[in-house]
Design a protein around this ligand. Structure first.
Ligand code: NAP
Length: 292
């Protein structure tokens, strides 16, 4: 019988801890931590992500602000806003919600963020420091996955971890983190050119799936007793739901879950931990700014 890596419940616990800490600071007369976001265009998923980040910020007592721009906004305008936020002493950290419209060079934008305020951990300085095991902001989703594994005391030392997906924001950093001292996994990183994918995933004690393909991972790809972390999130139309849609992961949960020892649900698995990790990074930035 599988057990859930319950991201929602874990996130509530961590948020309560953050809220208590923030309350202590504000009761001493200090300002609250401030997280800002830059949102470009009207992509529904991005709007939802930013709204959730705002809501969670308020829940823990942070100040939050959102800088909204139309789809056609220029790279120059965004660079000006980034420069403003880099210098605003009242803002501890900020994020640029990705993806950006095609005419904007994402890496160029990310490179302009002051690494000390880069609470998404996407700048070369933070990613480089992460690779070196130095003090840095760890990207929110990989950090959330690590938090979840630790929270449920999942045994990782010497385990074979297979990661599907090599994006800069999920697959590559999580593969790096889980192979480091402390987690000590032996990691295989797979991508769209990987041959014999199922043969590899069937060897996984821990399988992290971040490929962006709804229900791609089926029961025959998973070893009995594996720990499965499903990062994928997809909205699919469902007329039977009041909302008109339901959320699917990259894993076909109705057949995979019963093979697992532990598994993240979708929704309520990795997603809530991603937001909480962003809050943790912002609190870390705030404490640095305020010399706490
Ligand atoms: P991405 O940038 O699109 O990367 C997908 C990766 O999967 C790529 O490395 C790609 O390989 C690999 N891939 C695609 N098809 C494959 C196949 N058939 N076999 C093996 N590998 C394959 O995606 P991402 O940004 O990492 O996100 C992955 C998923 O996680 C998406 O569903 C996204 O919405 C979700 N996500 C969720 C959260 C959360 O908080 N829950 C946060 C971030 C992302 P190549 O490199 O060779 O193309």
């Amino acid at each position: 019988m599988f057990q859930l890596l319950d991201g929602k419940a874990t996130a509530i616990e961590i948020k309560n801890r953050i809220a208590n800490e923030v309350r202590q600071y504000t009761q001493q007369g200090l300002r609250a931590p401030h997280l800002a976001a830059i949102l470009v265009g009207d992509d529904g998923a991005s709007q939802t992500y930013v709204a959730n980040k705002e809501k969670s910020s308020h829940e823990v007592g942070f100040t939050s602000s959102v800088y909204r721009y139309a789809e056609g906004t220029s790279e120059r305008q965004l660079l000006e806003t980034i420069d403003f936020l880099n210098h605003d002493e009242e803002v501890d950290g900020f994020i640029v919600q990705l993806p950006l419209p095609g005419h904007i060079d994402e890496q160029h934008i990310i490179n302009a963020i002051n690494p000390k305020k880069d609470v998404d951990g996407f700048t070369p300085v933070n990613l480089g420091n992460m690779m070196l095991g130095e003090d840095c902001f760890v990207p929110a989703t990989p950090k959330g996955i690590c938090t979840l594994l630790r929270h449920y005391e999942i045994e990782t030392e010497g385990r074979h971890c297979v990661v599907i997906g090599r994006s800069n924001i999920v697959g590559t950093p999580v593969a790096n983190l889980l192979s480091r001292k402390g987690f000590d996994c032996t990691v295989t990183l797979c991508h769209s050119r990987t041959q014999h994918l199922s043969a590899l995933t069937r060897q996984a004690d821990i399988l992290v799936v971040a490929m962006g393909k709804p229900e791609f991972v089926t029961a025959d790809m998973v070893k009995e007793g594996a720990v499965v972390v499903d990062v994928g999130i997809h909205r699919v139309a469902d007329a039977s739901r009041k909302s008109g849609f339901r959320l699917l992961g990259d894993v076909k949960h109705d057949e995979v879950d019963e093979r697992c020892s532990w598994v993240t649900p979708v929704p309520g698995g990795v997603g809530p931990l991603t937001i909480v990790s962003l809050l943790e990074n912002t609190l870390q930035a705030y404490k640095r700014t305020m010399a706490l």
